[in-house]
Ligand binder design. Structure first.
Ligand SMILES: [Zn+2]
Length: 468
């Protein structure tokens, strides 16, 4: 048992027994474990805020066509639109304008694919955005995004838009900006005190919205902000609560850039003193990213987001290049059955690895990728431990890790060891930030089910941001 004294946002003293000083607040931990606050290393805050007020259009809530019909039979938002998220083909096959029109043709509807890469729009939505008969197939909206509007053989918009988030954001009726307070509260209740927002399109506008949300107390977490270099002014006014993070590079297998161009992008980021974070989901994307990094050279902080399919030779290269990987074991618990059906059999053992990365000496962190994954990091930790799919099958059992390693993936410092010595919670350090998560039970109990229900209180910089 230990007493902890926090002062000026830092842990000042750790001792068997400390006597309270005048004016100090006391938080009684009883026998609960006090651990460092969690860090979600890959999340999308604005998209999560929007998703929390959107209609769920995919599993587990929506499983088939009649579920989807029911889900979409609701009142529109104040802009007169319906916004759905999380669609997956297992619900009702490929979605397009005609199918959406049959489901709901009376008002503009947009539904996001669960990958986040695609939006489906019905005819009313296409008309509202004046792209129903647009002839140009795509439009650049930022240096991080080229929106593509799919057309049929006759040149008519199919209602499928790829990488069109920024494009849509600028053209949709300006409903209220997404409510970050809801996100802040939700993450605090999980014990999350810091997040890395991995959104490629983050720019100065997003940064100032985050800064305002932190100042007003709506957003309760420290934030590390990715974005792209071309977003002028993105790094201005950064401090310890809002830090500038890596230059994010999206790779999409069907539209990979020239290798030389990717090498140059990495070199320019490095020359500007920014590490890069490369989004790689497929085997090809991973090999492509590694070839570019080999050629450009690696600097401190360079990382791979997802590295979802990682064959053994890629693990060796990642270790040799000393890259950091940020993985999402929660996708196994959320989408594992779909992976078993849709992912090539040879790639199944390579999915969202954990143990192999650590065994190879790779620095590893985890992020929920919310709203594309569930925002509760404890679910992701559980998935790293049991690797169970929704139907209870195990996927990649040799990649399982201990609860302590799973917790280490959500700590501020990346994990690098597959086998922590003992079944104890991570220790606090005098002088470290007082970003803390108090559990209602001892670690030896919490490690059995890794449930966010055990979170009793969360402190950021010594201030209480959640209490159950
Ligand atoms: Zn992401």
């Amino acid at each position: 048992m230990l007493d902890v004294r926090c002062e000026d946002g830092r842990v000042r003293e750790l001792a068997a027994s400390l006597s309270p000083r005048a004016g100090e607040e006391i938080l009684e931990a009883r026998a609960g474990a006090l651990i460092p606050g969690l860090h979600d290393h890959h999340i999308h805050l604005h998209a999560l805020a929007a998703a929390l007020t959107s209609i769920r259009c995919g599993p587990p809530e929506v499983k088939n066509l009649s579920d989807l019909e029911r889900a979409l039979a609701v009142e529109p938002d104040e802009g007169g639109w319906l916004r759905g998220t999380g669609y997956f083909e297992s619900v009702a096959g490929p979605l397009d304008r005609a199918r959406l029109d049959r489901l709901r043709g009376d008002l503009p509807v947009r539904v996001q694919h669960r990958s986040g890469a695609m939006w489906f729009l019905n005819s009313r939505a296409l008309e509202a955005l004046s792209i129903a008969d647009l002839t140009s197939p795509d439009e650049a909206c930022s240096d991080a995004e080229v929106a593509t509007f799919e057309r049929d053989a006759r040149g008519r918009a199919t209602g499928r838009l790829f990488r069109a988030d920024a494009w849509l954001r600028h053209r949709l009726p300006t409903a209220n900006p997404p409510d970050l307070a809801r996100v802040g509260r939700r993450l605090s209740a999980y014990g999350v005190t810091t997040v890395t927002d991995a959104t490629a399109t983050n720019g100065p506008n997003e940064a100032s919205r985050f800064r305002a949300a932190q100042a007003s107390g709506a957003l309760l977490q420290n934030l590390s902000l990715m974005g792209t270099l071309g977003q002028r002014g993105l790094g201005e006014g950064m401090d310890s609560a809002l830090r500038l993070d890596a230059h994010k590079i999206m790779l999409d297998e069907p539209t990979l850039p020239d290798l030389e161009r990717l090498v140059e992008t990495i070199e320019v980021a490095h020359a500007n003193d920014r590490p890069v974070a490369i989004h790689t989901v497929t085997r090809t994307e991973l090999h492509f990213a590694l070839a570019a990094l080999e050629s450009a050279g690696v600097r401190d902080g360079d990382r791979l987001e997802h590295a979802s399919v990682a064959p053994p030779e890629a693990i060796e290269t990642v270790a040799r290049l000393d890259l950091t990987v940020v993985t999402q074991p929660n996708f196994l618990a959320e989408r594992g059955d779909a992976y078993r059906e849709n992912v090539e059999a040879r790639d199944l053992p390579h999915l969202y690895r954990v143990r192999s990365w650590l065994a190879a000496g790779v620095r590893l962190g985890a992020g929920t990728d919310a709203p594309f994954g569930h925002p509760d990091p404890w679910r992701a930790m559980r998935a790293a431990v049991d690797r169970r799919t929704p139907s209870g099958e195990t996927l990649g059992s040799e990649e399982r890790v201990s609860p302590e390693t799973a917790l280490a993936l959500f700590q501020p410092a990346f994990a690098r060891d597959a086998q922590p010595a003992r079944a104890t919670a991570p220790a606090l350090h005098v002088g470290g930030p007082a970003d803390l998560c108090l559990l209602a039970v001892p670690w030896r109990r919490a490690r059995l089910d890794l449930s966010s229900d055990h979170v009793a209180a969360t402190l950021r910089r010594g201030a209480l941001i959640f209490s159950s």
